[in-house]
Design a protein around this ligand. Structure first.
Ligand code: ACO
Length: 311
């Protein structure tokens, strides 16, 4: 159905041809992308905060250098993504204002605190591992700028995931106290990591249309399953216990059965009531306000240069 324009648009998507910024697109497609890419960009930027918390306390100089590089990568990812969203006619300032007004979301996962050094390992291994599982399919997104941003971001995320795994590898081979730290981090980050994939398919309002438009290539539940199947053997290798009594290999489906995440907790965190929501938004607001003089200076400089050129 739909207008001839909409039909031609859908045919392009079905044929696997990328949509580029100047191409015609339905308003719903544009809005969905602005929402998703905007949320994704905010997640990268807010995601710097829990890890930034440990830069000054990393256990060795080498770990500190790695963590610094990783957190800087996240800032870069935020910038590519804001640029990709800007091609859809929304400015970075507008997106930031929506975030600060609580109108645009960012990933639920970044509203949990980082209580120990092992949490930095768990974030890299589980959180970035979940992020990659989701982002690998987004590399094939029908919208060109988002797809290309994802290709680059996935390469860097793979390094993030491995550095996290390596932190936990060292802890798991260490003293009893270090092993306990690693297990405690696993216990706290496992369920929130599964929630990153979004609500179960029956409660996911956007998935069906986003898949028809080729924005998403897989459902939330399918990606969550793939993540569990990939991660459980890694936990076994580390000697960490997955905190899910229902976890069980299912020979018939060739994957694990696992318990249901606490969706009340998920929706509550998304609504703004997680352990760190207020702190995270406050930090972003302060950064935005503190940077106002710098943005003003850049604008004044650009204006001066433009005037000089005209003269
Ligand atoms: N945290 C916060 N909000 C979420 C989450 C989550 N983990 N999962 C879903 N939601 C929100 C959706 O944004 C949507 O809200 P909205 O209508 O107000 O925008 C609502 O819950 C319903 O969910 P869905 O219908 O399933 O939404 P969608 O089809 O957009 O799927 C998903 C959600 C999978 C997160 C998708 O948007 C996506 O793939 N985004 C890009 C990846 C991303 O943002 N990753 C961020 C974390 S990774 C990192 O930054 C290191």
């Amino acid at each position: 159905g739909g207008t001839p324009e909409e039909q031609a648009f859908q045919k392009r998507i079905d044929d696997g041809i990328k949509i580029e910024p100047k191409d015609w697109m339905p308003e719903g497609y544009r809005k969905t992308l602005v929402r998703q890419i905007g949320q994704h960009a905010h997640s990268e930027v807010v995601g710097q905060l829990p890890e930034g918390n440990w830069i000054t306390r990393a256990p060795t100089l080498e770990r500190k250098a790695i963590l610094l590089a990783k957190v800087q990568d996240e800032a870069g990812h935020g910038l590519y993504l804001y640029c990709a969203a800007e091609t859809l006619g929304v400015s970075r300032d507008e997106m930031t204002e929506q975030l600060l007004a609580g109108k645009s979301k960012y990933s639920s996962i970044f509203n949990y605190p980082t209580l120990s050094w092992a949490d930095i390992g768990a974030i890299g291994w589980l959180v970035d591992g979940a992020a990659i599982m989701n982002q690998v399919q987004l590399q094939r997104c029908s919208y060109g700028p988002y797809s290309r941003a994802m290709i680059r971001i996935c390469k860097e995320e793979s390094f993030h995931q491995r550095q996290g795994f390596d932190i936990l590898r060292v802890l798991c081979q260490g003293s009893d106290e270090q092993k306990e730290m690693a297990q405690d981090a696993m216990n706290r980050w496992w369920w929130p990591s599964l929630m990153m994939f979004g609500p179960s398919d029956k409660d996911s309002v956007h998935t069906a249309q986003s898949m028809r438009w080729g924005i998403k290539q897989a459902t939330n539940d399918d990606l969550r399953q793939k993540f569990v199947d990939q991660t459980v053997p890694q936990a076994d290798w580390l000697g960490l216990k997955v905190p899910d009594p229902e976890l069980k290999w299912n020979e018939d489906k060739g994957g694990y059965d696992f318990g249901e995440p606490d969706w009340n907790e998920f929706f509550n965190v998304v609504k703004g009531n997680g352990p760190c929501n207020k702190e995270r938004l406050e930090a972003r607001r302060k950064a935005w306000d503190d940077g106002a003089w710098f943005r003003d200076g850049l604008m004044a400089h650009a204006e001066k240069k433009r005037a000089a050129k005209v003269a």
